[in-house]
Ligand binder design. Sequence first.
Ligand SMILES: NC(=O)c1ccc[n+]([C@@H]2O[C@H](COP(=O)([O-])OP(=O)(O)OC[C@H]3O[C@@H](n4cnc5c(N)ncnc54)[C@H](O)[C@@H]3O)[C@@H](O)[C@H]2O)c1
Length: 258
Amino acid sequence: MKASKALATFPSLRGQRVFVTGGGTGIGAAIVSAFAEQGAQVAFVDVAEKESAALADSIVAQGHAPVWWRTCDVRDVAALQQAVAQAQQELGDFSTLVNNVARDDRHTLESVTPEYWDERMAVNQRPAFFAIQAVVPGMRRLGSGSVVNLGSTGWQSKGAGYPCYAVAKSSVNGLTRGLADTLGADRIRINTVSPGWVMTQRQIAMWLNAEGEADIQRNQCLPDKLQPSDVARMVLFLASDDGAMCTAQEFKVDAGWN
Ligand SMILES: NC(=O)c1ccc[n+]([C@@H]2O[C@H](COP(=O)([O-])OP(=O)(O)OC[C@H]3O[C@@H](n4cnc5c(N)ncnc54)[C@H](O)[C@@H]3O)[C@@H](O)[C@H]2O)c1
């Protein structure tokens, strides 16, 4: 049983503008909520309309500032960049971008066609680059910024059944490392946060069975199941002034998985 937690408030996040991709459910929703609780002005895009609307309503019901959100399929780069531009026009320049969107659909080596490959990259790889392209001019105007890219420990522990997803998620570390120097000159930081196995509703519904429970107990150093909010806490730190000198790094939130 986990002891109750007394979590940090980050004064530097109050009033900060934050853009999150795939913020309607799962870890993205926890990130959106966590920033809203810190008094930040959050914008997000997602394809899940009903869930996104419910999240936005619950944030307002808790007394936080309304979130800006739009239905947007990030496979459409023009639509993604348009959403960023529209949010920026309405709210102001973003000081934080969280590249969260992904889908860990299963597939076999034999079944993958070039079209399927491209579609997987269009969800799991391409949006992060083009979202960064869209927010960086605003961060330069602000004089600083923080980009957080959601990576994964799955490919690092040789997770099977999703080779295209593994390729895309491994490239997140390359994206972070490959842009850190360019962005750093303008005090824009870029980091990877790699979750272990996090108990989102999708993960519980699709993959958590008795074998999965045993895997968690065998592979994690800590006994508790990872929650979406555990990942959000690391993202808050990296977006805040407390993380001011962290860039180009990968931060794992995986309970010490093997
Ligand atoms: N949950 C885990 O155990 C785990 C482990 C390692 C890494 N991660 C990473 O963390 C991040 C979040 O994972 P999650 O488990 O919350 O994912 P999820 O699949 O539960 O949620 C992703 C969100 O993206 C949205 N989305 C999917 N396709 C979209 C599209 N084409 N356009 C716009 N929105 C779209 C979904 O509606 C959903 O709200 C991802 O980058 C994932 O790779 C998760």
